[in-house]
Design a protein around this ligand. Structure first.
Ligand SMILES: O=C(O)CCC(=O)C(=O)O
Length: 280
C-alpha cells in the first residue's frame, strides 16, 4: 500500500527518471574500447527508495530463514559460507558468524517490487543496442550488499564463473544498478579498461576452489584498475570479460547494488531450465 502511494506520487517528490534511450554512439565506442560505460541518473530517488526497502525486506527474510529450525545446511567453499535459501544462493559475509549477506543470486523473483525490473526499457533498450539483437532474455540476476566492514571482492572477470555451466559467454551483458552513492571508501567497483578484449584470462593458480575465478593480475598486461565513483541511480553497463572488483566498505553505511545480466533471446537462464524473455 505504502509502496503504491509512493509510486503514484513520486513525481511530486523527486526529479523524474531518465528517458529510455538506446546506447549512443559515444557509449558504444566506450563499450568497445573499455568494455564498460556508466549512465548516471537513470532512476529517480523515489524508485530507489522503493527498491532499498525491497532489498532490506529480502535481507531480513533470509536471516529469518537461516535461523529457523531445520534451515538448509551451510556449505563451505574455501572457508566461505554459502546457503541455498528460498531458491537463492546466499553468500554470507566472510567474517565468522556474520549475519550480513554479501551477495545472493537470483533475487528479483523474491519481491513484487523487483520482479519486473528486467522489463524496464531504461535497462533493456540500451542493452539490446549494445548486444545488437532484437530481443533479449535474462541470463541471471544478483544482489550485492556491502555492509559496513564488508569484505573486498578480488579482481576477476565474470565470464569464467558464467562459463561454469559450459555456455558461450561472449554475448552476455551485465548492468550494475546502484541503490546508494558509491565511493572508494564504501567499496565502489574498480574496472580495468580494455581488459575485455582478449577473452577469458588466466586465473590464480592457488589451492582454493575460488582462486581460478580471480584473475591472475601478475600475468595481466594492460591498464591499471580505475575506481567508478557514481551517485545512487547510476548504471554501469559492462562486458562479461572486463576485469573488475571492489575493496572493503570502510564506512558505517551499506553500499547496495543490483546486477542484471542479459543475453540474446532464445536461451535459458543460467542454472535454470527455462527461458525468461524480456517483455518489451
Ligand atoms: O559489488 C561488488 O562489490 C563487486 C561484485 C562483483 O564484482 C560481482 O558480483 O561479480
Amino acid at each position: 500500500m505504502l509502496n503504491a502511494l509512493r509510486t503514484r506520487f513520486r513525481g511530486l517528490f523527486s526529479a523524474p527518471p531518465a528517458a529510455a534511450l538506446p546506447a549512443s554512439k559515444a557509449e558504444l565506442a566506450l563499450f568497445r574500447s573499455q568494455g564498460y560505460f556508466v549512465r548516471e541518473g537513470v532512476f529517480s530517488a523515489a524508485e530507489l527508495q522503493v527498491w532499498r526497502d525491497a532489498v532490506e525486506s529480502i535481507h531480513q527474510r533470509m536471516n529469518t530463514l537461516a535461523q529457523a529450525e531445520g534451515a538448509p545446511q551451510l556449505e563451505a567453499v574455501d572457508d566461505k559460507r554459502y546457503q541455498l535459501l528460498d531458491g537463492s544462493l546466499v553468500k554470507w559475509e566472510w567474517r565468522d558468524g556474520s549475519t550480513d549477506i554479501r551477495s545472493m543470486e537470483p533475487f528479483l523473483f523474491l519481491h513484487p517490487d523487483l520482479e519486473h525490473l528486467i522489463d524496464d526499457p531504461r535497462l533493456w533498450l540500451p542493452a539490446k543496442s549494445i548486444l545488437g539483437v532484437d530481443r533479449l532474455s535474462l541470463f541471471t540476476d544478483k544482489l550485492n550488499f556491502k555492509r559496513p566492514q564488508g569484505a573486498p571482492f578480488p579482481l576477476h572477470q565474470d565470464s569464467p564463473y558464467f562459463a561454469l555451466d559450459g555456455r558461450a559467454v561472449d554475448q552476455l551483458l551485465s548492468l550494475q544498478i546502484y541503490l546508494d552513492d558509491v565511493t572508494v571508501e564504501n567499496g565502489c567497483l574498480w574496472m580495468v579498461p580494455g581488459s575485455h578484449a582478449n577473452g577469458i584470462l588466466p586465473g590464480i593458480q592457488g589451492k582454493g576452489a575460488l582462486d581460478r575465478l580471480y584473475t591472475d593480475m601478475e600475468r595481466f598486461v594492460g591498464a591499471a584498475p580505475v575506481p567508478i565513483e557514481v551517485p545512487a541511480g547510476s548504471v554501469i553497463f559492462f562486458h562479461a570479460h572486463v576485469i573488475h572488483g571492489s575493496k572493503g566498505n570502510k564506512t558505517s553505511s551499506s553500499r547496495r547494488a543490483m546486477v542484471i545480466t542479459y543475453q540474446p533471446a532464445g536461451n535459458k537462464c543460467w542454472k535454470v531450465d527455462a527461458e525468461r524473455p524480456i517483455q518489451m
